[in-house]
Design a protein around this ligand. Structure first.
Ligand code: ADP
Ligand code: MG
Length: 368
């Protein structure tokens, strides 16, 4: 943010290199139950990392331990190599935004945003300058003198973002910040926040239960369930190559085919499903031949061929035009396979015999 201005004390590169968060075996017990179990993760400085998982899986608890609002019952939290596990929140250099905007209702937007700078005893003139700059950054210049109730939900959330950013935090922590907004605004604000984050380079941790949101804004996604991180990877890998059954089922639609591992071939790692051989990429270590495995294939990567009858052959059971995609369900000996075909694809006829194919690198395989 201010790191890019001429008066900055640190260069933009320094700013980008700050903010490496590391969690090592972090645990939390609440109400007698371990709600966060030995969470390990490490961000790159400047990274946008999302904790994605269903309600109650421990996302907010994890984020609140990072912020210092909750004390970890085990493990270590480090920022840029400094152990902050026992550091109080106001000494952690973190800005946080919540689902409920949590602005002070009786204060103007400028005073809300200035709050963190007052706490840090920044002189009035400098404070005013920084508040004006950050309000402009979030598109709220002109709103400085208003009170929160005079702003729309989206504007209030921008003000909350400005309040978090004005202290130039090492980490920006966002807990479901778009969830209170209507669908259109949610998409617009998340795009704005994504663009702003890329511009200022502040390491950001977003908590959300919304898979599409996570895929849209994140450099990497940590998929959580029951207090455990199942997979931490880039959106494309998380989507195309789920590492666990939970990840496969939680995000989007998936074809899950049970079979037996048959070893590496030049077409990837082979797997026998019913009477066919298909190929995929092992998630993690390749299973030994003969292991019972499950192959995960997203509908978008399935191609339907009418010009061959080897491989995973089946009969078209249903085709449906859905606007952007054509949904085609093929009944195979290994179970139904759903394909999401491009809108202009040659659509096979119901009853036609077809072969389902995909690139092995676009599908994953795990031991069952
Ligand atoms: P998420 O943000 O993923 O929806 P949370 O981290 O808020 O989940 O909560 C994780 C689990 O901890 C939930 O099962 C929740 O009910 C429980 N929990 C949260 N706060 C408390 C508390 N103060 N006392 C007891 N249980 C809690
Ligand atoms: Mg939560």
């Amino acid at each position: 943010m201010r790191a890019s201005t001429a008066t900055a004390e640190v260069s933009a590169d320094d700013a980008v290199r700050r903010g490496r968060l590391r969690l090592d075996g972090v645990r939390k017990v609440l109400g007698g139950k371990e709600v966060v179990s030995a969470v390990d993760l490490e961000t790159e400085p400047g990274e946008f990392l999302t904790l994605l998982g269903p309600s109650g899986c421990g996302k907010s608890t994890t984020l609140n331990m990072v912020a210092g609002h909750l004390t970890a019952d085990g493990g270590v939290i480090e920022v840029d190599g400094r152990d902050v596990t026992g550091t109080p929140p106001h000494r952690r250099s973190m800005g946080m935004v919540f689902q409920s905007y949590a602005l002070f209702p009786h204060m103007t937007i400028a005073d809300n945003v200035a709050f963190g700078l007052r706490m840090r005893k920044v002189a009035a003139a400098e404070r005013d300058r920084q508040v004006a700059e950050v309000l402009e950054m979030v598109g709220l210049d002109g709103m400085a003198g208003r009170h929160p109730r005079q702003l729309s939900g989206g504007q209030q959330q921008r003000a909350a973002l400005a309040r978090a950013l004005v202290i130039q935090p090492d980490l920006l922590l966002l807990d479901e910040p778009f969830s209170n907004l209507d669908a259109q605004l949610r998409v617009r604000l998340r795009e704005e926040v994504g663009a702003l984050q890329r511009r200022i380079g502040t390491t950001t941790i977003l908590v959300t239960h919304d898979q599409e949101e996570a895929l849209a804004v994140s450099d990497r996604i940590a998929v959580m369930a029951d207090g455990v991180i199942h997979q931490l990877d880039r959106p494309r890998e998380i989507y195309l190559r789920p590492g666990t059954d939970f990840v496969a089922q939680f995000i989007g639609e998936v074809n899950a085919l049970d079979g037996t591992a048959a070893g590496f071939t030049r077409d990837g790692y082979a797997c026998r499903v019913a009477d066919a051989t298909v190929a995929a990429t092992p998630a993690g270590e390749a299973p030994a031949e003969g292991t019972e495995v499950r192959v995960y294939v997203r509908p978008e990567v399935v191609r339907i061929r009418t010009d061959r009858t080897s491989g995973l052959v089946g009969t078209v059971r249903e085709t449906r035009f859905l606007g952007s995609r054509i949904r085609c369900v093929v009944a195979t000996p290994a179970g139904d396979v759903t394909a999401a075909l491009p809108f202009d694809a040659d659509v096979p006829a119901v009853g036609e015999e077809v072969t389902c194919e995909w690139r092995p690198s676009d599908a994953s395989l795990t031991a069952r």
